[in-house]
Design a protein around this ligand. Structure first.
Ligand code: FAD
Length: 408
């Protein structure tokens, strides 16, 4: 049985409509490969998962002729990545110095970005999307994945596919069902996320800014209608913080970022905050016969550097570049799937090492300190040398491998 207007068989079935899934769907459809995208949620209005599109992703969209329209949805453009300490401001990455078409990070609400790409994909033939479709099972014949079983409005349906792509994020069902092990690490931090109204007369000039105090740290993201604030704590520190009470929490935040004024007192209860246990990790093998994992399903990204969306998009581009022809010609093999991992894994491993360094050597040290945190020497040096600030910006924007769409 299949849902009306949805085929029972497709070349590619994509599980999950995050950045990896929607870009892969768009590119497969563009290459004339039939594709069904199954998204578990009824809409794209998701919990905050970051809004940052770096130059690498914008260049891919530009290649597709979509960058101008996507940028019209941008809340702002971030020129540099700075941290404010009690006695100084340190700029770590200077995106504006990059010699490229998009010398900034565009801040675009994911909901708008995902909706836009899906609407564009709907204009291509051979594309189907089902929102609210939860994949529950992988179909297998002789250990080859041949599609999925999913539930939609309480009923169960099946879909056959030559290739199933698990783009279903950090808690990937595809990964679990395929029994692909995730090598996890637990960075020494958790983040408490909450929203605040923008204080009247606020002079929060930067779209994204960080504040580091004595054993405390916050990230403030100006989302135009409100502020998204991440309060970074030592892993496991949430219980002790709660025991101190909401009023104490207000005082901590006011101490760290006085410019937020009394807006923090709009938080009346812990239920208005979401605790994110920061986990990172990578699977050893991104594929098995008939199945490929991409994006966070293959490698959970830490929020450090705001690059996870971009790595998910690059994975999607690499996957379609590598797989579109073999799929069209009915000659897809596990060697092709292995080729995607081979291409993407070194870049992912490198940025994860960098994130881990920042987590262990800067964030963790800052959180352990009970005195005003003295920026470590490398941080001070970077802030003083424009060339290094530009190199760091380029590294965050492009990583060690930048994908381009092929076969257009
Ligand atoms: C709090 C937080 C802040 C972040 N901030 C940033 C940032 O500023 N910049 C940045 O670049 N990255 C950030 N990241 C990381 C970024 O969100 C991820 O790296 C990125 O979203 C990964 O994209 P994806 O497409 O692989 O997966 P996701 O974006 O997680 O998408 C997976 C999709 O799969 C769907 N799904 C899951 N299970 C099923 C199922 N069984 N059936 C059907 N559908 C399913 C989900 O509903 C979801 O839509 C942040 C992450 C977190 C947690």
């Amino acid at each position: 049985m299949s849902v009306p207007n949805l085929p029972e068989k497709t070349k590619v079935c994509i599980i999950g409509g995050g950045p990896a899934g929607v870009i892969a769907a768009y590119l497969f459809a563009l290459r004339g490969v039939s594709v069904v995208l199954l998204e578990g949620k009824p809409d794209f209005d998701r919990e905050f998962r970051g809004d940052t599109l770096h130059a690498s992703s914008l260049e891919i969209l530009d290649q597709l002729g979509l960058a101008d329209e996507v940028l019209q949805q941008a809340n702002s453009k971030v020129q540099n990545l700075s941290f404010t300490f009690p006695d100084r401001v340190i700029t770590m990455a200077d995106f504006s110095a990059m010699d490229c078409k998009f010398p900034y990070v565009a801040i675009i609400p994911q909901e708008k970005f995902l909706n836009y790409i899906v609407e564009k994909t709907k204009q291509l033939s051979g594309f189907h999307i089902l929102m609210g479709a939860q994949v529950r099972e992988l179909r297998e014949v002789n250990v080859k994945v041949t599609g999925v079983k999913y539930t939609f409005e309480g009923d169960e349906y099946a879909l056959d596919a030559d290739l199933t792509i698990g783009a279903d994020g950090r808690g990937s069902t595809a990964r679990r069902l395929a029994k692909i092990e995730l090598g996890k690490t637990s960075p020494p931090m958790d983040v408490i996320w909450f929203k605040l109204p923008i204080p009247a007369g606020s002079d929060l000039k930067e779209a994204v800014s960080g504040r580091i105090g004595s054993g405390t740290m916050i990230i403030i993201i100006n989302r135009k209608e409100y502020l998204q604030v991440g309060y970074v704590i030592m892993k496991g520190g949430y219980k002790a913080l709660r025991e101190e009470g909401v009023e104490h929490f207000h005082n901590v935040i006011k101490g760290l970022a006085p410019e937020l004024g009394d807006s923090v007192t709009t938080i009346k209860d812990w239920s208005e905050m979401a605790i994110l246990s920061v986990v990172t990790g990578r699977v050893e093998q991104w594929y098995k016969d008939g199945l490929l994992l991409i994006g966070d399903a293959a490698h959970i990204m830490s929020p450090v550097g705001g690059v996870g969306i971009n790595y998910a998009i690059q994975d999607a581009v690499a996957a379609v570049n590598q797989l579109a022809d073999p799929i069209k010609q009915d000659r897809l093999s596990t060697t092709d799937l292995a080729g995607v991992q081979k291409r993407r894994e070194p870049a992912v491993a490198f940025i994860q090492k960098f994130q881990s360094f920042v987590q262990q050597r800067i964030i963790s040290d800052a959180l352990k300190s009970d005195k005003p945190f003295e920026p470590p020497l490398p941080m001070k040096l970077i802030s003083k040398i424009p060339f290094i600030r530009k190199r760091l910006a380029r590294f965050l924007a492009y990583g060690t491998r930048h994908e381009h769409v092929e076969g257009l």
